[in-house]
Design a protein around this ligand. Sequence first.
Ligand SMILES: [Ca+2]
Ligand SMILES: [Ca+2]
Length: 410
Amino acid sequence: MNTWRFIWRGNLLVALVVSAGLVCGAAGPAAAEGPVPVLGDVGLLETVILTAVADTQVAIIPNTTQNFGHDPHMAVAWQPAAYLLRCLVRFDLSSLPANAVVDSALLQLYLTSVEGSVPNLPISAHQVTSPWNETSVSTASYPSYGPVAALINVDSTAGTYKNWVITSLAQGWKVDPMHNYGVALHHAWTGDPYTGFVRVFATREAGGNPPRLVITYHLPPAPKKILLPLALKEQGDGAPGTLIFADDFNDGDLAGWTPHGGTWTNPSTFLQGSYQVYLGTAQNIRPELGTDFVYEGKVTLVSGNAAGLVFRSSADGESSYCLVLDATANCLKPCINWPGWFFSPYSVTVEYGRAYTLRAELVGDLLRVYLDGVHAFTATLGGYYSSGQFGVLVHNGVARFDDLAAWRLP
Ligand SMILES: [Ca+2]
Ligand SMILES: [Ca+2]
């Protein structure tokens, strides 16, 4: 048995719930400040900033063998009858996780100086489609390139990064790194051809503010699960999809359940727990261990504060994840280390006497939660518990549980 309490996680003082209740929803303190964002079905979004692994300007005009690959600057420029300069930049995406899915990519070039009278110079970004060498490319060996992938007007304000959205290019480089030849920057000026202009950008040799690629990505959600009928009651053999345990309580006993606090009975066909202590929580725990699994069951709050499922738990239920219906705060919430800490609660009007089917799919650190067969939310848990036992809890109230079952997942 526990009382709910404050705990520290990193630099966050985690909120506790008292029986006065805490309003569910985005305004909750943990939802607003928690270190564990919940981002729908895609899981945690990560951002990485890559710096260029190759960059140079190339003189298209005049025809020259000169290479600028070691220069601390590169320019997109046009001077009538004098020169036409373009830039090439390449990034290495191999530091991203192998299964990362790129959601966005921003090319950033740091403008160091400007010449000419064009206040906003259109500069287009193009996918490069053939190889080039930073330290040898010149007029004759300028690579092939695709159509305009992004076009922005580069203003005359030096000392800032200018940004092109090149998500589709980066997605291609992630999937097919062998054909990552980088990006080319060309002027797209269509005004007076006798107007000259220069936009100078820092290269990776500049000693600061190198070309950057800001990538946001996510890891794909867990694979779909295999559902077995609750009637299967044999112990699993450890293979994915096999049953870890199931109890419909129709046998009238509580074999396999070890209570920790409270009063637990099987009146006939369900498990009932009662622990009517202010700020008190009682658990009832199974012996079987689970790592990645589906855990499902019917939870009915008869009276009081809250009740729910416990998983990856210690034998006494004290250290665990849980998924709790809270009638005081009217929400369904995942929690860590029993209901001392919760985050991103899902608003539900919790009715006494109604059986809610809770389903937790936990793979690694990703928790997918279903309420009455409908996906409610997905949360990333923070890596506190990697495996443990199954159980149920009741917090200052009376609750019934039925048709509890867990299956292994790959
Ligand atoms: Ca360079
Ligand atoms: Ca039953």
